[in-house]
Design a protein around this ligand. Structure first.
Ligand SMILES: Cc1cc2nc3c(=O)[nH]c(=O)nc-3n(C[C@H](O)[C@H](O)[C@H](O)COP(=O)(O)OP(=O)(O)OC[C@H]3O[C@@H](n4cnc5c(N)ncnc54)[C@H](O)[C@@H]3O)c2cc1C
Length: 396
């Protein structure tokens, strides 16, 4: 039976607004302009050379685009909203996901300090990371050669000694690894204790972080990914984040905050490819008409646009929930899983819409396809996101 719409309980539901605030629109504009003028023109060069984009990163730092999300007392712009961060990240990744990842490595280092740092740690290290006049990069290191998705199996040890800890081990695939000035490192008091034995430490480069092999990558080639080694590196007790054994929780809470950002990055890459494919399909003619008017291509464009919108909505929901202080484990994983898989599909379809030229390096879409793949891997693979979601749903 049809119900009177006015008396339906639906009218009791809270209103939903998707408008950004004036502040958020300004950050979006700033990030978009930066992506268009400073990132896009040099993105192919850094991709080809597989070089770290120091000049872009320095400019971004001067503009405050690296640390705008830090509280003002530590030198940031106080734009602490997760929604703002997602809006900015989407624009930067629209410019180039490699450059956005190079910038994001510092945010990934700052997040556990913001979550678990004491006032002295925040004042010392966030202020250093936020200094506009002197660029300091951050990095976050949890992955090891034999501990990827199963982070609790890590072997890097932290041995308690007088006044602190001595770290030994190797971290793998670390964004900004070897370039960073400040690291958040996860190490275990005893590998047999698995998650319970893990501690997080703030480690300065000069304490003895040894750069290792730089990786050669499929995509996001402007970002620097490398091993780092610890050989009897002394870290003072005051640099431990939280209590002994808190490290696993710190890592998981960090991912709740950063997975929506990775999802936003995936949306940015997908949007770049979609826009290019849209334009191309309206200009390229075959069989006497633009290929956009062939139903096969038009349906592909329709699915691309729909999945990008759905990805952004999931991303903004997760970010909004973070801003409300709500638990967001499931929703952050849903956003990252869906947006990452969407980026892979949309960029692959964009190559298809361009046909042969899509496969050529003279056109940007093959780069976006290579860049998109990482979204399904770092900060937890798409399979691991499904593990998180299914655990949250079923409670096992
Ligand atoms: C470019 C790049 C940058 C990175 N940056 C950082 C960084 O800054 N800091 C950092 O700490 N790490 C970083 N990583 C590491 C990244 O987070 C890991 O690669 C990722 O978590 C997967 O771990 P793994 O590579 O060891 O794969 P594995 O864990 O060995 O997984 C291999 C395969 O098995 C699947 N799998 C594993 N476990 C399960 C399960 N329980 N259920 C179903 N499937 C499963 C995976 O989905 C994957 O398909 C980076 C990686 C890359 C490639």
């Amino acid at each position: 039976m049809l119900t009177d719409h006015k008396s339906s309980t639906l009218t009791q539901a809270p209103q939903m607004y998707f408008d950004l605030s004036e502040d958020q629109k300004q950050f979006q504009e700033l990030a978009h302009t930066f992506a268009e003028n400073e990132i896009r023109p040099v993105a192919p060069k850094y991709d080809e050379a597989e070089e770290f984009p120091w000049d872009v990163i320095k400019k971004a730092n001067e503009l405050g685009l690296m640390t705008y999300a830090f509280p003002e007392e530590y030198g940031g712009a106080g734009a602490t909203s997760a929604v703002t961060s997602c809006v900015v990240t989407e624009e930067l990744a629209w410019g180039c996901a490699g450059v956005a990842t190079a910038m994001g490595g510092t945010g990934l280092c700052a997040t556990p300090i913001l979550i678990a740092g004491n006032p002295a740690q925040k004042a010392k290290y966030l202020t250093r990371l936020a200094a506009a006049h002197k660029l300091a990069l951050g990095a976050y290191a949890i992955t090891e050669p034999n501990a990827g998705s199963d982070v609790a199996s890590m072997k890097t040890t932290a041995k308690k000694v007088s006044g602190g800890y001595v770290l030994n081990g190797t971290k793998q695939f670390i964004t900004n690894g070897g370039l960073a000035d400040i690291y958040v490192i996860f190490a275990t008091l005893d590998p047999a204790r698995r998650a319970d034995g893990i501690c997080a430490f703030i480690v300065e480069k000069d304490m003895g972080v040894k750069p290792g092999k730089k990786e050669k990558k499929m995509g996001i080639r402007a970002s620097h990914t490398a091993q780092i080694h610890f050989e009897d590196v002394f870290v003072p007790e005051e640099n431990r984040l939280g209590d002994e054994g808190d490290g696993f929780l710190v890592a998981m809470r960090t991912f709740e905050h950063t997975r929506p950002d990775v999802a936003a990055m995936a949306v940015g890459v997908a949007r770049a490819a979609f826009e290019y494919a849209m334009d191309y399909s309206q200009q390229r003619e075959q069989f006497g008409k633009p290929i956009a008017r062939l139903q096969a291509i038009g349906f592909m464009l329709a699915d691309m646009a729909t999945d990008i919108d759905a990805s952004r909505l999931l991303t903004w929901r997760a970010a909004w929930m973070l801003d409300q202080g709500l638990p967001v484990n499931k929703e952050a994983s849903m956003a990252k899983r869906f947006a990452a898989d969407t980026a892979m599909k949309v960029t692959t379809d964009a190559v298809q819409i361009l046909g042969g030229v899509g496969y050529m390096r003279d056109y940007p879409v093959e780069k976006w396809m290579r860049d998109a793949k990482i979204m399904q891997i770092y900060e937890g693979t798409s399979q691991v996101q499904r593990v998180v979601i299914s655990r949250m749903l079923t409670g096992w």
